[in-house]
Structure formats: structure tokens, C-alpha cells
Design a protein around this ligand. Structure first.
Ligand code: URA
Length: 219
């Protein structure tokens, strides 16, 4: 399947490639898996956080006054992990950007229909100035695209601008990218790999199996 690359950034780096191989290897245990995933997360966040707004601020160093750039407090950064696999990403995102609000999204996939089933939507109120909200939705696997589209729609319905949304995944399928990109052409997708496709159960091939089970040792 040909992959549209509009607004899709595949982050390329030897550290990512090596650690992705560790993640794909079925013999990597939970500890190895988690550590490899954490290492890659920093690289993906580097790209996903690229457009968060800054303002100028005068700072005094021990030697002289200078003008620096700091986070714009009039804008709101929201990190939305899709439970449970997205939690690793949001924990590291919160270390890097502690001013972010974490908006947990609970959804699981109905194994028959492959459609998402919602069970949790915990949020802090979104500020009045909705065009100043920057949102990063995080989920390691962009597979069928059903949950990512549903989750994104939940936020655009609340008034968040599509162009201010990043969907950050570790591995994406061409079908998931196509679906998300078609529904939300202005949204940016940041991923470490676009894999071959999906199996009949909606798992990414070659992928890495069930990300949540491998992170939380529930295989
Ligand atoms: N979720 C996973 O954890 N793995 C896949 O391959 C697809 C969805």
C-alpha cells in the first residue's frame, strides 16, 4: 500500500532503529522492552514538541541582562495518552514539559468490530482561547486508525484546531495513516516506522505484538 506522506514525519535515527529492533524481537523481556521504548520516546517527543509556542523574556545571567525564549503561558499544552500503552509516552512528555496538562483517554478495541470502546475521558477544562491549545495525542501503535480518529474527533469537537494537533506513535500502519490523514489532513503524524500493514485482527505487521501487554508484562 502506498503511504501518503503529507504531514507525516518518520523520525529517522540510528538510536531509534536499534531500539526498534529490540522492541520487535519477541525474545525481549518486559524490562528490555520498556527501556528501549523510553529511549525512542525522547526522539519522537523532540519532533512532536517542535511547534509549541515560545515568548521572549528578559533574564539576568550572573553577568548581564539578555533576552531569552520561554514557554508561552497564555497557550495550553495538552498531552493525551490513550490508555494503557500511551502512558509511557505521557510520563516522559510530562518530564520534558511539566507545564502540560495530561488528559487520559481510556478506550479499548472491540475485538470483533475493531471499533474503539470508550471508558474514560479525564480532562482539565480547556482554556477559553481554544486556538491557543496545542495537543499531542500519544499511542504507540497507529493500527486501524479507528481509535486515533475517534480520539482526535473528541478534541476537535471541543474546539481544538486540527493544525495544532500532533498524533505521536511508535509504529504506524499505512491504513492507519491513510485514515487519520484523510479525516484530519492538517493534523501532523510523528512516528518511528511505517510498517507493512495489518493482519485480520488489526495488528500491525511485522509490528511488535501487543504493546500494552509487552510494556506491562501481561502476555
Ligand atoms: N495495538 C497493539 O498493541 N499492537 C498492534 O499491532 C495493533 C494495535
Amino acid at each position: 500500500m502506498e503511504v501518503k506522506t503529507k504531514n507525516v514525519i518518520v523520525v529517522n535515527h540510528p538510536v531509534i532503529k536499534h531500539n526498534l529492533s529490540v522492541l520487535r524481537d519477541k525474545n525481549s523481556d518486559c524490562e528490555k522492552f520498556k527501556n528501549a521504548l523510553k529511549r525512542i520516546t525522547y526522539f519522537l517527543l523532540f519532533e512532536a514538541l517542535k511547534d509549541i509556542p515560545l515568548v521572549e523574556k528578559e533574564i539576568e545571567t550572573p553577568l548581564k541582562k539578555t533576552v531569552c525564549q520561554v514557554y508561552d503561558k497564555s497557550s495550553q499544552l495538552i498531552i493525551a495518552p490513550i490508555l494503557r500503552a500511551g502512558l509511557i509516552f505521557s510520563e516522559i512528555a510530562h518530564e520534558i514539559a511539566p507545564h502540560a496538562n495530561i488528559h487520559h483517554i481510556g478506550m479499548f478495541r472491540d475485538e470483533k468490530t475493531l471499533e474503539p470502546v470508550w471508558y474514560y475521558d479525564k480532562k482539565k477544562e480547556i482554556i477559553e482561547n481554544k486556538e491557543k491549545v496545542h495537543l499531542i495525542i500519544v499511542d504507540p501503535m497507529l493500527a486501524t486508525g479507528n481509535s486515533s480518529v475517534d480520539c482526535t474527533k473528541n478534541f476537535t469537537d471541543k474546539g481544538i484546531l486540527e493544525q495544532n494537533i500532533v498524533f505521536m506513535s511508535l509504529i504506524s500502519s499505512p491504513q492507519g495513516i491513510e485514515k487519520l490523514n484523510t479525516e484530519f489532513p492538517k493534523l501532523k503524524i510523528v512516528t518511528a516506522s511505517i510498517d507493512e500493514g495489518l493482519n485480520a485482527k488489526g495488528y500491525i505487521l511485522p509490528g511488535l505484538g501487543d504493546a500494552g501487554d509487552r510494556i506491562y508484562n501481561t502476555l
